[in-house]
Structures are given as C-alpha cells and as structure tokens.
Ligand binder design. Structure first.
Ligand code: GRF
Length: 202
C-alpha cells in the first residue's frame, strides 16, 4: 500500500513509520512526505531515507483553498492508498477529507475523547490524570473526533512536567502508529458508517 505522510515538525512519527515500512513483511511503503513548513526537521530525515519530499509553505498561497488545491494536486499524483498525518499542525477541509474518506489517519497525543486540541499534556496534568497516552484515529471533519484505531496509555507520575509526559507519550506513539498503519494496510480495519470496524480477513 502507498502511503503519503504529512508533517509540520520533527517528524519522529513519520520516521518511525518509515522504519516500520522498511521491514520486508510490512504491507506499506511511504512514497512521499509532504510538509507545510520548509524548516520541518522531518524533511531532512525523509530525504536521508531517500523518500521524496514536497513542501507547501502556506505563505506562498493566497488562500487556504489555494494552498489545499496545490497539496491535493500533488497528492493525487502520488496515488496514495493511505495518508498518515504525523505531527501535521493544520486542519484539513471537509472537501479534502471527503476526497480521501476513510483513508486518512492521524495521531493525537491524548486518550481521546479526552483532551482534543492542543497542549494535551499540560491539560492532563492540570486535570490530575494518573494516566495519559495517544490515539491513532481516522480523520473526519471534526477535529480529533474520528473513530480510534489504536490507543496506548502511560502513567502520569508525580512531579511530571508537560515535557516529561510528552516524552513518555511519544515512546508509545512510536509503537501505536506502526501498529495502526499495519492494520490499515493489511485490511484488518476500515472505517464504516463513521466507526472503525475490524474486517473478517483481519
Ligand atoms: C507528537 O506528540 C504527535 O502526537 C503530535 O505532534 C507531536 C510531534 O510529532 N501530533 P512528530 O515528532 O513531529 O512526529
């Protein structure tokens, strides 16, 4: 299965997916990495692996629509089966999501439906949570609302700073995302009527 990964930052999740895809028995390959940030650290990581990269700086486009138009034009050329948002910090329009409905994954650093949106680790600590984690989910029109495919949990320890918790969650993100991508690529899970469903072949 052909995968296009979208990043805006360090790309540690994209790198983890690329390494997982390199295994002979893994049913997917990352054919391109897209970013909205020319200085995204993940771009160099992708290039070091020989993965084609495409950058679409928002400031180069007159509107969100034009920006997305350019992204979609290149994305269609890549013929992706699956799109993995990996630290991509921009919301996709309903039109974009409809175009690739059921084939867009995202990783969010909280145990959804708790703490959608930003600054999840500080919010979890401030709420007195004793458990935190990440969610890999199908992307739907609402932000961080799509059905979950894989979740992974970690303890929140006394004295944790948001950075401590972020680092602990990131380690399980790097386990959860490759698992979710494998399930998607081998056809073990799909989205149906807005829910993640297991398929018999899985
Ligand atoms: C991660 O916490 C991820 O959950 C969030 O962005 C952060 C950085 O991800 N979406 P990466 O290192 O750029 O993959």
């Amino acid at each position: 299965k052909r995968v296009v990964a979208f990043i805006s930052g360090s790309g540690s999740n994209m790198l983890t997916l690329a390494k997982a895809c390199a295994a002979a028995d893994f049913p997917a390959e990352i054919v391109a990495v897209f970013s909205d940030k020319p200085d995204a650290g993940g771009l160099e990581k992708a290039q070091a692996l020989g993965i084609p990269t495409f950058v679409f700086p928002r400031k180069d486009f007159a509107s969100k629509e034009a920006h997305e138009e350019a992204i979609l034009a290149e994305l269609d050329r890549q013929r992706p089966d699956i799109i993995c948002l990996a630290g991509y910090m921009r919301l996709l329009s309903g039109r974009f999501i409809a175009r690739y409905e059921g084939r867009i994954l995202n990783i969010h650093p909280s145990l959804l439906p708790l703490f959608p949106g930003l600054d999840t680790h500080r919010r979890a600590i401030d709420a007195g949570m004793k458990i935190a984690g990440c969610t890999v989910h199908f992307v739907t029109e609402g932000m961080d609302e799509g059905p979950a495919i894989v979740q992974a949990a970690v303890p929140v320890l006394a004295g944790d700073t948001p950075a401590d918790l972020a680092a602990r969650v990131l380690t399980v993100e790097h386990q959860a995302y490759p698992l979710a991508l494998r399930l998607m690529a081998e056809g073990s899970v799909r989205m149906e009527n807005g829910r993640a469903v297991a398929t018999e072949t899985g």
